[in-house]
Design a binder for this molecule. Structure first.
Ligand code: TRP
Ligand code: SF4
Length: 374
């Protein structure tokens, strides 16, 4: 079981991530941490806790840029379908860290083109969710609206769309199939649009940010491989450089499977009424034993526990508090009921504070993001 190594930041699936690194050439993030220390940069919570486990070119693109005093940017995108949950928060926390601690410019794509092509949601609903659900929650979490460029894909303007056209002439069907498996016209357009999201801030029209990092879950790496190739192929014509990327471990849903809006009982949304969220937490899959006696004797397994995931990723920012929970769980001193009560309290505090900011954040979101006209 989990190698039985005592590591409060570890998770059971660590071996799979090692494989990812070997097969796809993603480098361990731990190798850039000493370089960050040398530059005097603080580590983010998710860097410290090994949740961000891998990178491509983070040292060359981002750290070298910081060392030379050049401007850097971070970019991500969200498909506005469904509600904003703790999985989304993991990415937004990284944007906030780059904005506050590293002085990065932030770009956020609202992937309405993709949502329309892939999910076939009504346009009006996509636009409403993009602004009132996604942008509003990001602002309420602390992303500075004055320093963030939020945009809908279909509204981004001519140079951005020019990139998509140029990309379409520089990639073959065979390459697309090798990366994505079975493709359809809408999936191809979505993939090329995402490449434009990642690369367009480099154009003068959007600020000329040549040093860009994209924080993603490991499952998104195919997009990054395509985007890096496209950057190479358009280097001479459009002056594009390869982006850097970082890879995080995905937080699991409360049943241990993938966290997703489509399984609302196992996903905590940031707009859930606290009582509802706590109800979900109380039913969550833990790493506890079959009986209290057994758990006192053998201890629990935090690595297998979805409540511990929430602590590790989100609810317990103080490292000492987290280590204490880890030890008390492992040693069997604390049982799951007691532990979940601590979690419930933290969750209530967090949601109440967050939701108190949401209304104002929604108004700000509506005033700064331009909706597509149709
Ligand atoms: N494809 C991403 C998703 O399914 C959304 C996305 C659009 C994105 N553009 C992006 C992610 C650029 C990272 C970078 O959620
Ligand atoms: Fe999870 Fe807490 Fe139970 Fe340990 S004691 S398995 S961390 S709920």
């Amino acid at each position: 079981m989990a190698g039985e190594r005592l590591d409060p930041w570890g998770t059971v699936e660590i071996k799979d991530y090692d494989r990812l690194r070997r097969v796809f050439g993603i480098k361990p993030f731990s190798e850039v941490i000493p370089k960050m220390r040398e530059l005097g940069l603080p580590l983010s919570l998710h860097m410290r806790r090994n949740i961000i486990f891998g990178h491509r070119d983070f040292d060359k693109v981002i750290l070298e840029g910081i060392a030379k005093g050049e401007k850097i940017a971070i970019l991500t995108g969200f498909m506005p379908s469904g509600k904003f949950h703790f999985g989304h928060k993991l990415t937004v926390d990284q944007l906030i860290y780059f904005q506050r601690e590293l002085g990065a410019k932030v770009f956020v794509a609202l992937a309405d083109a993709e949502a329309y092509a892939v999910r076939r949601l009504p346009r009006k609903e996509i636009v409403r969710l993009g602004i009132e659900e996604y942008v509003a929650n990001m602002i309420a979490l602390g992303l500075d609206p004055d320093k963030t460029d939020f945009y809908f894909q279909t509204n981004r303007g001519a140079p951005y769309y020019r990139l998509i056209q140029l990309f379409s002439g520089r990639v073959t069907m065979a390459e697309m199939e090798a990366i994505y498996g079975d493709v359809t016209p809408s999936k191809i357009v979505a993939a090329l649009t995402q490449a434009a999201d990642i690369l367009h801030p480099q154009l003068d029209e959007y600020g000329g940010y040549k040093r860009i990092v994209v924080p993603v879950g490991a499952d998104q790496d195919p997009h990054l491989r395509l985007t890096r190739d496209l950057a190479d192929r358009l280097h001479d014509l459009a002056g594009l450089e390869r982006p850097a990327s970082t890879y995080h471990k995905l937080i699991r849903g409360l049943d241990g499977a993938k966290m997703s809006s489509s399984r609302p009982d196992y996903t905590i949304f940031l707009t859930d009424p606290p009582d509802k969220a706590i109800w979900k937490l109380k039913r969550a899959l833990t790493g506890g034993r079959a009986t209290a006696e057994e758990q006192r004797r053998l201890g629990g397994v935090p690595e297998a526990c979805t409540v511990y995931d929430l602590y590790l990723y989100h609810l317990i920012p103080e490292d000492n508090d987290l280590v204490k929970i880890y030890r008390d769980c492992r040693s069997g001193t604390m049982l799951c009921g007691e532990c979940k009560s601590i979690g419930a309290e933290r969750l209530r505090e967090f949601l109440e504070r967050h939701q108190a900011r949401l209304e104002e954040a929604r108004e700000i979101a509506k005033s700064i993001v331009e909706p597509p006209s149709f």
